[in-house]
Design a protein around this ligand. Structure first.
Ligand code: NDP
Length: 326
């Protein structure tokens, strides 16, 4: 089968290429999926350059998301031909991932693709969409409603950010986006932002330890100063979610938003979260959260385009979601 393989060629030096590799065989309680679509995420790009926080075992096939049909299984939970997907757990980290014609995984990682969504659409969501859905669910579950006011989304042109903008807009929220890309303001407005604040302006404006209340909620995908500054604007009883570290893994903040306004900061993990929670989020993404802008967010690529796309992701230049047709 064809697969996108990363090899370690020297200490801290890695190379990527499409290779012919053996089709995997099922062991106990496993599923071999015949891939139809996969996707690209920032984490895949990190894996491709040998980031040890993601991948330590080489050669390695990248791809933390996969959709397809059950090709072979030793588990009673699935039947050959069923439409399934996997995101997260160890897929694409130290387990060979979705950028291959066949993928072998434990049955306990496998979710069903709901009837109301195609393989390509579910991979357009992929881990990014799941993370956006889990973030939006936390706002809703913690009482944030459209009538409470604007919601801020950071890293807005990224995979998680653009899907969060679109989902929030679809379910009735007024969305303000923070982005580093002035040239993408129109795009962000097309997918559901009512206003776009440029990243530098956002950080420069938030000089005081706490700012005037503005946002009912925040979906942060970048961490660092942007998250620290976003917290300063959250209204009384508001909620922020935190899932990413594109700006920084550090968070230098103060206690004022928490002790003066009862603000809650909630962590999001789409990787190890329970399969039932993932399946519930997929069902929502195929229904209430299914956005009309999925097509305009999607860049469809092939295995041969992955390498160049990783380079632009690592430079912070990628826009929207990349689905890989296998
Ligand atoms: P992308 O690469 O698609 O998007 C990241 C976005 O962040 C960019 O498009 C850019 O948007 C913004 N950005 C880039 N560089 C900087 C910078 N220096 N400072 C501030 N913002 C910057 O990544 P994803 O959307 O796939 O992932 C976003 C983050 O979430 C990553 O850190 C990823 O590892 C993490 N993640 C976490 C998950 C979890 O389960 N916790 C699951 C999935 C992802 P703009 O120019 O519009 O600001």
């Amino acid at each position: 089968m064809k697969a996108f393989v990363v090899e370690k060629v020297a200490d801290r030096a890695f190379s990527c290429a499409i290779q012919e590799v053996p089709v995997p065989e099922c062991d106990k309680d496993e599923v071999v999926i015949k891939t139809t679509y996969s996707s690209l995420n920032y984490k895949d790009a990190l894996s491709s350059v040998g980031n040890p926080g993601v991948t330590r075992k080489f050669p390695h096939i990248t791809g933390i998301d996969v959709a397809g049909v059950v090709h072979q299984t030793t588990s009673d939970a699935f039947a050959v031909g069923e439409k399934v997907l996997v995101t997260g757990y160890d897929l694409g980290m130290n387990t060979d991932g979705g950028h291959a014609e066949f993928v072998k995984v434990p049955a306990s990682w496998v979710a069903l693709i709901p009837d109301t969504i195609t393989d390509k659409e579910i991979m357009t969501f992929g881990t990014a969409g799941l993370t956006a859905a889990l973030s939006v669910n936390e706002l809703l579950d913690n009482g944030v409603k459209p009538e409470d006011g604007e919601v801020l989304v950071t890293g807005a042109t990224g995979g998680v950010g653009s899907l969060a903008v679109s989902i929030l807009n679809k379910i009735g929220f007024t969305v303000v986006a923070v982005s580093g890309k002035e040239e993408q303001i129109d795009y962000l407005k097309q997918i559901g932002a009512s206003e776009v604040i440029l990243r530098d302006t956002f950080n420069e404006d938030a000089k005081k330890p706490i700012m005037a209340e503005r946002y009912a909620g925040v979906v942060d995908t970048v961490g660092g100063d942007i998250l620290a500054n976003a917290l300063k604007y959250i209204k009384y009883d508001g909620v922020a979610t935190c899932c990413g570290l594109t700006a920084s893994h550090e968070l230098n903040t103060n206690v004022f938003p928490f002790i003066l306004r009862g603000v809650r900061l909630i962590g999001i993990d789409s990787v190890e979260c329970k399969l039932e929670k993932k399946q519930a989020a997929w069902d929502k993404l195929a229904g209430e959260f299914k956005i009309a802008t999925l097509d305009s967010i999607t860049n469809e690529i092939g295995l041969e385009d992955i390498k160049d796309t990783y380079a632009s992701m690592l430079e912070g230049k990628s826009v929207g979601r990349y689905v890989v047709k296998i």
